[in-house]
Design a protein around this ligand. Sequence first.
Ligand code: ZN
Ligand code: ZN
Length: 230
Amino acid sequence: MLLCDFHIHTTCSDGSVELGRVVDLYGQTGFDVIAITDHVVNGDTPMGRLAHRFRLSVRADTFDEYMAGIQREAERAWNKYGMLVIPGVEISKNYLTSDKSAHLLLIDIKEFIPACLGYEEIFLAAKAQDALTVACHPHYMTPKTDRDTLYLWNNRDRYARYIDAWEIANRDDVFNVISLKKYPYLANSDFHKTRHLYSWKTLLNCEKDITAVKQCIRHNRGVAITLFRK
Ligand code: ZN
Ligand code: ZN
């Protein structure tokens, strides 16, 4: 099965490891498929404006450069490690309360999508690009923080039909509500630092190409999770 991680941050947003080093770290560890998913933060709150100012968000004017960097590294990763690197973003709608906040991975993105759009608009724009949509850390995290992102879970009756998969595990957390609801699932590291390599991961039973990977996740057959440790 393919060892995969679909939720990885770099210094293009708030990660501490530069893109090239991230690729070498995962390549040397033997991963088959990774997605780079730096934050795209909503700029319509004071918090969001700060994130933009301090370059903790990919923005409309830095998106092309971001994508070109991933494309370059994807070619290098394929040639050197036989590892598939997929471009993505984490749409990060941050508000003062957990109930209003949500994070959403868009995997295999092609065009910039601003995080201040409404949810329906974001989902439809993602579908138009054939990007995979993944609800991240969708329930209470441990320890409980005011940075939980509960909006999509609390509004699942309205939005589940747009969501290709939900994170059933994120780094060290497991969200059993996803299995109880029988939603399609993935497990990811939410990598920000080197030590986050050791965390929950996804195994996929499919070919190592982008179409097969997306199809496997959407159908959610041949998917397993594993706690990857040293
Ligand atoms: Zn997040
Ligand atoms: Zn993240």
